[in-house]
Design a protein around this ligand. Sequence first.
Ligand SMILES: [Mn+2]
Length: 196
Amino acid sequence: MQYAILGDIHSSKEDLEEVLRQISNEAPGAIRIGTGDIFECTISKKDVTAHKFTNLKDVMILPDGFVDLLTFVSVRGNQEERILLLTETDEQLREKLAIMPETYEVGRAEIIHGHQWEWGGEPWDLMQAETSAPITFYGHSHRSSWTMDGVLQEVEFGKAYELNKSNILVNVGAVIGNREWVLYDAEGETLTFMKA
Ligand SMILES: [Mn+2]
């Protein structure tokens, strides 16, 4: 089974369309899965108050037709969590956000947004990850990268890397701006970074 893993879309409809087009061309049979931050929340973390908005459009970017492109499962990111925290409405989209899982399993891999982990340093990066699967796909920092046993590996777009070990962490990059995603072949145990 092949999986097309994509995330950090941040409501960028054009970038998502380009990535979905490439997935359809390069891996038409792949199951698409999101790593979260599908939507962009327009209220920053520091501006969050107890006030509850009753209109989703007041707290998020929602381009026309964007939701129609979201035909795949996604784990939730910090953007979705903030949108939920800020709103109180029976709009159907809010319910869709509320049921997004925190993690999702595919083959021997797990998918998580990654904001749950410890981030920091200069430049800002992942400090510590708590993983439970041999292979973990995440996002959050908008940088395509991967490590095996904590050692940073090369990233060449379009090249298939073998995942013959455990303790593998894969940052799938961002759809917004970079149009990056990852193709994971669970049978052949390969990983290919892609860029549309
Ligand atoms: Mn994020």
